[in-house]
Design a protein around this ligand. Structure first.
Ligand code: PRX
Length: 683
């Protein structure tokens, strides 16, 4: 097929995919979109009917206020209806849909050859057993449970067990530091922690229990002791199974490795010992559609992470519907989302959305380039993956190694490719399209946020002509708008603030324990709208293009960080008086951290100090926040009122002397000094 020229070109959805597609054409998309806006109750009601509801909604299907000037912000979908999301994901699929023997997950370990599978009925049994364990440990509806685990089946079991008994899970990505874990445990007052002994990330051993213990000690220091810590024996797992793979196959790193696991008998319990005698039956807790399902922390521009809260009913129908339509899911598909469950993508599109659709997924513990750079494609072939969802940063990383590692694997099974997490540059898009998908797989560039719960701007694979780098059009029920600085809605071709005009079922409901922060962050700037914090432009064909964050946030490898949280980690060091952090372009990560630090009197800027500062940030936040550049700044460019001028720092970081207006800088001499002392390379 001759491809259109690059740039603003349209890549049509492949006609072969239209046969049997849920949304086979642009006209079909438009018709359904129109219905979702004109008849929301019927539209979402039809989707809700696919699920089991113990009782139907008692009042209105949707009630909300998006306008802070008219009263408190609230959103309620199907309030009064009762259900259980875990029941819908597992019992309904096993008992009603007869999918008990269907594979829910192919688990693929860090080491090739280390793998296992779990069926829907086995998953149901494990979830029931663990839900009984949680109840026996005193966990009740509404309690918060912190989960800090590698990508293993027990992570899914733990989250669904929480959902089954109406407890809120708060999953903390296993790459976060002890400090970050402690902060999150305290913020939502979790009563129990679930973790694992250890795991390998590539060839690096991560002793997770040790980090979890440091976090628990920090909680104790703050007078908030946690009652129980349940530990999965993951790395040492095979030691538990007599006649397991240990003796039969060549030794794999994970197998038989009993790492020393620090233990406090008053707090710690082994997962396998607790579940041993637990019943495989567990009556679900029937929850209101508006009961809280989980908390997930995301960076906030003040530096303190926000506990984003999602609720049972709306999140269930939204993740189920987006998964079905955006990946055009069919029962025979094998779907693979490479995101970690510690992020929202792993919640919505590795766990809830796929399981709600009775899908078979790959759950991968490892890294894209371990043990070699063709690992991803060997997994695609191994499981005959049909739908593949990853992040632009992974695509850019793999692109660096050329086409050969991709082409040596067949990839014939692939039908749809997806991306998420940050804007995808057209070069990476085209490489993904041409090399990985061989021009036969559409790319769904899905724009969404932890806060939105699911896709809000996205192509549909058999319907939407694509433009490389554009998230195209809104999903059903979603009404975007672009506002100018004064809050005026812009029509036609325009660029400005991306906002949404009305709620969809999966939108967050509050910030845990701080509803005021929810209102201020998302609804105060432009009353009447949900403000995403992203810039956006709409082209002449009505396509939406995300231009990136317009607040003090940056997106490193698809992970949102706030400059304030990195600054506060830096000034926590005894030698630092002041720090200013800006985002800097990076060829693989998209953006990276460029830090300017002013030292206290008597301290010297040395390589050793730079390493200490880098470690300080890793320890406070986690390895994802490791600064690429740390520059000594004897002074910082400030306005006369003392506000740091980050706009100028960004130019200094790039060595770009186009500074714009500098008339408000209190001491212009610091600018030339900073240019002179720029870090030429990340050391
Ligand atoms: O800036 C946008 C970017 O990621 C932010 C949301 O980050 P987070 O809450 O961590 O969730 C990431 C996974 C959903 C957004 O505000 N972003 C996400 N997807 C895209 C994107 N930017 C451009 N294009 C996307 N497809």
């Amino acid at each position: 097929m001759a491809l259109p020229a690059e740039g603003d070109a349209l890549f049509p959805a492949p006609p072969s995919l239209a046969r049997g597609a849920h949304v086979p054409s642009l006209a079909a998309y438009r018709e359904r979109y129109r219905r979702s806006l004109e008849e929301p109750q019927e539209f979402w009601g039809d989707i809700a009917k696919e699920f089991y509801w113990r009782t139907q909604p008692s009042g209105s299907f949707l009630k909300y206020n998006f306008d802070v000037t008219k009263g408190p912000i609230f959103i309620e979908w199907m309030k009064g209806a009762t259900t259980n999301i875990c029941y819908n994901l597992l019992d309904r699929n096993v008992n009603e849909k007869k999918l008990g023997d269907k594979i829910a997950f192919y688990w693929e370990g860090n080491e090739p050859g280390d793998s296992t599978v779990i069926s829907y009925s086995e998953l149901l049994h494990q979830v029931c057993q663990f839900a009984n364990v949680l109840r026996a440990q005193g966990v009740k509806k509404g309690d918060r449970v912190s989960i800090y685990m590698p990508m293993i089946v027990e992570l899914v079991v733990a989250m669904l067990a929480c959902a089954r008994i109406g407890a809120l899970h708060s999953i903390v990505f296993a790459g976060f530091s002890a400090e970050s874990l402690c902060e999150r445990i305290l913020d939502s007052n979790c009563s129990l922690l679930i973790t694992a002994d250890a795991f390998y990330r590539g060839d690096k051993l991560i002793n997770l229990k040790q980090i979890a213990d440091e976090a628990l000690q920090k909680c104790r220091d703050k007078d908030a002791p946690l009652r129980t810590c349940i530990v999965v024996k993951h790395l040492g797992r095979e030691a538990l199974v007599s006649g397991g793979r240990c003796g039969k196959s060549p030794p794999l790193k994970r197998l038989c490795q009993d790492v020393p696991t620090p233990w406090d008998a008053g707090v710690d319990r082994w997962w396998h010992e607790l579940v041993k005698d637990a019943s495989k039956e567990c009556e679900p807790e029937w929850c209101d559609a508006e009961d809280e399902l989980f908390v997930l922390y995301t960076s906030g521009s003040t530096g303190k992470p926000k506990g984003v809260v999602h609720t049972v009913g709306g999140y269930m129908i939204f993740t189920a519907a987006t998964f079905k339509y955006v990946f055009d899911h069919h029962p025979e598909d094998v779907y693979w989302c490479t995101a970690d469950i510690g992020w929202i993508t792993g919640h919505s599109y590795l766990t809830y959305g796929p399981l709600a659709n009775g899908a078979t997924s790959v759950l991968f513990e490892g890294l894209p380039i371990y043990p070699d750079v063709s690992r991803m494609w060997s997994i695609v072939d191994k499981y005959q993956v049909t739908k593949f969802y990853t992040a632009p940063t992974a695509i850019r990383l793999l692109m660096k190694f050329g086409d050969e590692p991709v082409k040596k694997h067949s990839r014939k099974s692939l039908k749809v490719l997806g991306t998420v997490g940050e804007p995808i540059n057209p070069e990476a898009w085209l490489w993904y399209y041409r090399v990985v998908g061989e021009e036969r797989c559409p790319i769904v560039d899905t724009f969404w946020q932890t806060e939105t719960g699911g896709h809000v701007l996205t192509p549909l694979p058999a319907a939407t002509p694509m433009k490389p780098g554009s998230a195209t059009f809104p999903f059903f029920g979603v009404v975007p708008a672009i506002l100018d600085e004064c809050g005026e809605e812009l029509e036609g071709e325009a660029e400005g603030y991306l906002v949404f005009k009305q709620p969809w079922p999966g939108i967050m409901r509050t910030v845990y324990g701080n509803h005021e922060r929810f209102e201020t962050t998302y609804f105060k700037k432009f009353p009447g709208y949900y403000v995403t914090g992203d810039g956006c432009k709409r082209d002449k064909d009505g396509y939406y293009w995300i231009t990136g964050r317009i607040d003090d946030m940056l997106n490193v490898s698809g992970h949102l960080l706030s400059t304030a949280e990195v600054e506060s980690a830096l000034v926590g060091h005894a030698s630092v008086a002041e720090a200013a952090v800006v985002s800097h372009p990076h060829p693989v990560k998209g953006e990276c951290l460029y830090c300017f630090v002013t030292l206290r009197d008597g301290h010297e800027f040395t390589k050793a100090l730079r390493d200490e500062l880098r470690n300080q940030v890793r320890e406070k936040i986690g390895p994802i926040a490791t600064p690429d550049y740390i520059q000594h700044a004897p002074g910082l460019p400030k306005t006369r009122s003392g506000k740091i001028m980050r706009r100028i720092l960004r130019q200094i970081a790039k060595n770009d002397r186009e500074l714009g207006d500098t008339s408000t800088v209190a001491d212009p001499a610091v600018i030339s000094q900073l240019f002179q002392q720029r870090c030429e390379a990340a050391e």
